[in-house]
Write a protein that binds this ligand. Sequence first.
Ligand code: NAP
Length: 213
Amino acid sequence: MSEARARRVGIMGGTFDPIHYGHLVAAEEAREAFRLDKIIFVPAGTPPHKVERQVTPARHRYLMTLLAIMGNPGFEASRVDLDRGRVTYTVDTLQDLRKGLPDTDMYFITGADAILEILSWKAPKEVLSLAEFIAVTRPGYGLDQLATALGPLYEPFQDRIHILEMPPMGISSTDLRRRLAEGRSIRYLLPEAVATYIQREGLYGTNDQGHLP
Ligand code: NAP
């Protein structure tokens, strides 16, 4: 008789300003590659490292996330970071999610660039103990710098950090914000429901353009 394995849940952490097909494809790839039972998208509240940039209000980023994942029964979204107050830290995110996910292996999925900064995060040791990490990166861009980036935490935690190589899709939230501000097309880069929401709410300067993104 085969032993029951622990439930495995992916926690897709990001600012999602806005969410796009790159994020959705990465989540689906991670779900398959790591045999995750589901993925919970967690839009960050006010990310600690972004206090200097005007981040779109969390309620918009959460609603865009809900619209983007609609129709995929393996995807959910959580308000856990939105409801916490101003600045949010991943250690708090994981602790809060853990309460609703007993006996579950958590896998925190995010961009490799973000993971390389992990030593500067709040309570990095605890963060790495609470979840395994899936670093989304382009092929050939491994985490060579991981040993340096993790310093003393590399030895005990290196086995808990996994790489997920994704073919480059050329989509980024930064590029989407720029395109929207310039009145350029964003068609085929993010779900149509998200594009319609952006237009309806006048996000990213679309009010000024009077155009359909
Ligand atoms: P970021 O610095 O804006 O993003 C770094 C790179 O990763 C960008 O290329 C970004 O592309 C990509 N990316 C972001 N989220 C991704 C995802 N889920 N899957 C694939 N690629 C992704 O990173 P961020 O979005 O602000 O933060 C990432 C996560 O780390 C968040 O959950 C945040 O709360 C956490 N974090 C925590 C701390 C802390 O606890 N002190 C500090 C920093 C970050 P796009 O711009 O196209 O998304």
